[in-house]
Design a protein around this ligand. Structure first.
Ligand SMILES: Nc1nc2c(ncn2[C@@H]2O[C@H](COP(=O)(O)OP(=O)(O)OP(=O)(O)O)[C@@H](O)[C@H]2O)c(=O)[nH]1
Ligand SMILES: [Mg+2]
Length: 293
């Protein structure tokens, strides 16, 4: 009976508590309800305390969310993980680098634990691809989110479309709904008008990034029409939009597992690469604008 109650409690709790921020208040609310149920069932105070401790242990022992990073070789999967989580995964400038699945226990800036799985890239060669697909098939069903990384401006959609078709064959609809797409190397988009002072694309560069993201979106929807997930354009090197990318990933963690992570993110900021004089001026203008409102 108690075990049944405990499991039921955990199930309801996880459904209701979708963010860490309401974790504590909800936990208190549920604990007092649980105590009442326990006392009504003749459980003593000491026994109730033991059950509460057991409950906390069970909740905290739950494995952290598992995020897979997938895509073609060289798009910057390992670099993205390094930029997001300050890890030191090997990166290669011209040869395929990651050859086996690397599991990393990382921590977000909020202190939440997360398991990141860096996959070998697709498109390295026929033999390597066969090996890598076996890994994808084995590991993908057990992840909470799969981040598919692409490279901005890469028009060779043929490989992506073949890979996406294959993914849609090996994954269930539920697994497909957990795909997030990240378009990396934003500064490499033509016409490469990256403003070094602001660490942001200039207008025509930004327009092309938006256009490219829409083209990718249409290609995805053609293969997985029911996919309604998130897509973000970013740069691992410039740290541009990394916070939006991490947020998109965390918000895709299934509801029953999301309570393990906060939905806000705080990653290495693009501001660190902005000209300090520009930043000071921008902040000043912003503050003046707020005062005048
Ligand atoms: N310009 C630019 N280059 C990047 C960016 N991110 C990664 N790169 C470069 O892209 C190349 C490949 O990066 P990796 O992180 O090794 O790519 P990967 O997808 O992990 O490659 P595999 O392990 O072979 O699958 C390296 O030369 C990186 O420096 C970025 O944001 N901008
Ligand atoms: Mg790699």
């Amino acid at each position: 009976m108690l075990l049944y109650l405990l499991n039921k409690f955990i199930k309801i709790f996880k459904k209701e508590v979708t963010t860490m921020s309401i974790y504590k208040s909800k936990m208190q609310e549920y604990l007092s309800q649980l105590r009442e149920i326990l006392f009504a069932n003749g459980v003593s105070k000491d026994e109730a305390r033991l059950i509460e401790n057991e409950l906390f242990k069970k909740m905290n022992d739950e494995a952290p969310p598992r995020i897979a990073v997938i895509g073609e070789t060289g798009v910057g999967k390992s670099s993205t993980i390094n930029a997001l989580f300050n890890t030191n995964l090997p990166v290669h400038d011209f040869a395929a680098c990651t050859q086996k699945v690397e599991k990393i226990n990382a921590t977000t800036a909020n202190g939440d634990s997360i398991t990141i799985i860096d996959f070998p890239g697709l498109g390295e060669g026929i033999m390597a691809d066969e090996r890598h697909w076996e890994l994808y098939k084995k590991e993908l069903p057990s992840v909470d989110v799969a981040l598919w990384v692409l490279s901005a401006g890469d028009r060779a959609f043929g490989n992506m479309i073949t890979a996406l078709r294959k993914i849609s064959d090996i994954c269930s609809d539920k697994e497909l709904s957990r795909l997030v797409f990240g378009i990396n190397k934003a500064e490499h988009m033509s016409p490469e008008k990256w403003n070094i002072r602001t660490n942001m694309p200039e207008e025509n560069h930004l327009n092309n990034l938006i256009g490219f993201q829409n083209t990718v979106l249409s290609a995805i929807r053609e293969i997985i029409p029911e996919w309604n997930g998130k897509i973000e354009t970013y740069s691992a090197h410039k740290r541009y939009n990394l916070d939006a990318l991490l947020l998109a990933v965390l918000q895709t963690v299934p509801e029953t597992r999301r309570w393990k992570v906060k939905q806000t993110s705080d990653v290495a900021s693009w501001e660190e690469l902005v000209d300090p004089e520009f930043l000071r001026l921008a902040k000043q203008i912003n503050e003046e604008g707020e005062r005048n409102c």
